[in-house]
Design a binder for this molecule. Structure first.
Ligand code: ROI
Length: 160
């Protein structure tokens, strides 16, 4: 069993519903258990600003799936949500990203882990801190240290 952190994001078609349903979908993944999910956060778009704010969350799974098998399952969930991606770094109905896969560093054409630029994204760091404040990245950097370069004050928690 390995601990895997998944980032969830949506800014189209009732984004909160997409994130909540996606968390239910994660509960049904084979060979896996959803251990923890963060609350939902509203975040300013990274990239083009002429799009709606995002809803973001992070989940912790344990799994015995291999990284690419998990990626296939996550992409299938994205497709079930009629994933549309209108343009690069543009609006999307659902993004499910493997942020961390244990302490593995993966450099494959389909999958890079830790997820690219996750250490510079408030919408990843904030929810991760909520569910795992003591987390240390594979390169040895404690998550808490990232706050110096990436403040999270812009995130708004939107859960009741
Ligand atoms: N911006 C925010 N705030 N949240 C996201 O999930 C997100 N995802 C993306 C881009 C377009 C880079 N910007 C984002 O893929």
């Amino acid at each position: 069993m390995v601990n895997v952190y998944i980032g969830l994001g949506s800014n189209l078609d009732q984004p909160k519903d997409h994130i909540r349903l996606a968390l239910e979908d994660l509960k049904k993944l084979p060979q896996s258990q959803l251990v923890l999910a963060s609350r939902l956060y509203l975040s300013k778009p990274v990239g083009p600003q002429d799009q709606d704010d995002f809803i973001n969350a992070v989940a912790l799974l344990t799994t015995t799936l291999e990284p690419l098998a998990l990626l296939d399952k996550l992409q299938a969930i994205e497709q079930q949500h009629q994933r549309v991606r209108e343009r690069h770094w543009g609006p999307r109905t659902l993004d499910l990203d493997i942020l961390l896969f244990g302490n593995q560093v993966i450099e494959q054409p389909r999958l890079k882990v830790p997820h690219v630029q996750m250490d510079q994204r408030d919408f990843v760091i904030g929810p991760l801190l909520e569910i795992c404040p003591q987390l240390v990245l594979p390169n040895g950097t404690p998550l808490q240290h990232l706050l110096q370069q990436c403040p999270i004050d812009g995130l708004i928690c939107v859960d009741a």
